[in-house]
Design a protein around this ligand. Sequence first.
Ligand code: HH2
Length: 290
Amino acid sequence: MPIWTTTRFAIDLARPRVMGIVNVTPDSFSDGGRHAGPEAAIAHCERLCTEGADILDIGGESTRPRAVPPGEAEERARVMPVLRHALGLGVPVSVDTRRAALMRESLELGADIVNDVNALRGDGAEQALAAFPRAGICLMHMRGDPATMQDAPAYADVVAEVGDFLLQRAARLQSLGVAAGRIVLDPGIGFGKTLAHNVALHRGIPRLLMLGFPVLVGWSNKSTLGTITGKPVHERLAASVAAALSAARQGARVLRVHDVAATVDALKIWQALDAEPAATAAGETTREEI
Ligand code: HH2
């Protein structure tokens, strides 16, 4: 039974968990500016919890292709007030950042998880995480950085290359004393990948699971869904829910989404109609506070 060990919560991944996205940014690709101020972002956290989010993921930097990162002080000012409030909502809280200083400050405040699209390759990031003996970590694969990642990405075998990278990053963290149960891996849909790469990675989730770690996937509103459906970013709800459900069926255990209510309903129906009874039953008694 996979359990994700995080600062305050042991998250039972027997059933897929929904990670609700809180972008405290003016420029995120799908919800930029919608909750850029702390009050709106806090209200959004509360709303996502009401809708059934299992985890909140708070970020102060857009990592969409060609985004210009905010300064450190700006990112801190976006994230910290929202994090402080979110930590009182009774769900695990993740901080989506590439900056070691912000990781440290967030973990000092009590954040449960660090979600790093850069897989802790930034200066001091590994040490920041390793200094907190229970914090959870999501290691994501990204080719290059947001400024350049969509410039003709190429792989010989995308699943093998992404898998090798993630396994190496996980091994490196384990060598610094981070227990395997704290680590979740993410193939990084849309981060230095074409439509064909994203589809191959999605179908390759069972291969990634053979690395021995739970898998998190974030398809929500991404451009591959727009390419397949012909829909602009604000009309990708159905596509996002379908992709999340399909990821769960492939074995992903954390689904990072903007539209929590719709995803939660879709998962409930899938579980009631399709999933193994054992998984459904175990899913009801999850998330013990520790
Ligand atoms: N995608 C985005 C940001 N962070 N983290 C993980 N682990 N996996 C992802 O797929 C992922 C992520 C991009 O989506 P979003 O946060 O909505 O947009 P932006 O980066 O423009 O704020």
